[in-house]
Design a protein around this ligand. Structure first.
Ligand code: FES
Ligand code: FES
Length: 155
């Protein structure tokens, strides 16, 4: 079985697994990183959203064989360390606004928000918000928008 090496939340990890296993299952089942959630496995719900080299992506749709040794994967667990704090400003905003209901979609929502604010270089427009595809079955969308605005102002 091939060995795959990459950087996960700032630390190099190696795992023996077939090339075609999707990264989400490598993270959750083999490496015990459960922040990225499994919703659809089809790059639709976005519950698994994490970052690769600072950009948002969905590990349910990426075979581990496509991941390079130099790739830096960040999950919600590693997000605070990217700013050297106990919580990322976007997480602080999420708590301020009390966004979560059941919570299942929320790691993915936060990781999408951080990647999008970084990509846009600041505050998001209504069109940016409308383009977010993360599903929340509890319907917390209004609070998500409020928290992203607050988090973006503090990033
Ligand atoms: S589980 Fe990855 S997008 Fe739904
Ligand atoms: S908080 Fe329940 S799915 Fe979003």
């Amino acid at each position: 079985m091939p060995t795959h090496t990459f950087v996960l939340n700032g630390e190099q990890v190696s795992v023996d697994v077939d090339d075609n296993v999707r990264l989400l299952w490598v993270l959750r089942d083999l490496l015990g990183v459960k922040g990225p959630k499994y919703g659809c496995g089809l790059e639709v719900c976005r519950a698994c959203t994490s970052h690769i080299n600072g950009k948002g992506f969905n590990p349910c749709s990426v075979p581990v064989g496509d991941i390079q040794p130099t790739d830096e994967i960040t999950t919600i667990e590693g997000l605070p360390a990217t700013v050297g704090k106990d919580l990322h400003p976007m997480q602080e905003a999420w708590l301020d606004v009390d966004v979560a209901q059941c919570g299942y979609c929320q790691p993915g929502q936060i990781m999408t928000a951080v990647a999008l604010v970084k990509a846009k270089g600041g505050a998001l427009t209504e069109a940016d918000f409308d383009a977010i595809r993360n599903i929340c079955r509890c319907g917390t969308y209004h609070r998500i928008r409020e928290a992203i605005n607050e988090g973006a102002a503090n990033m």
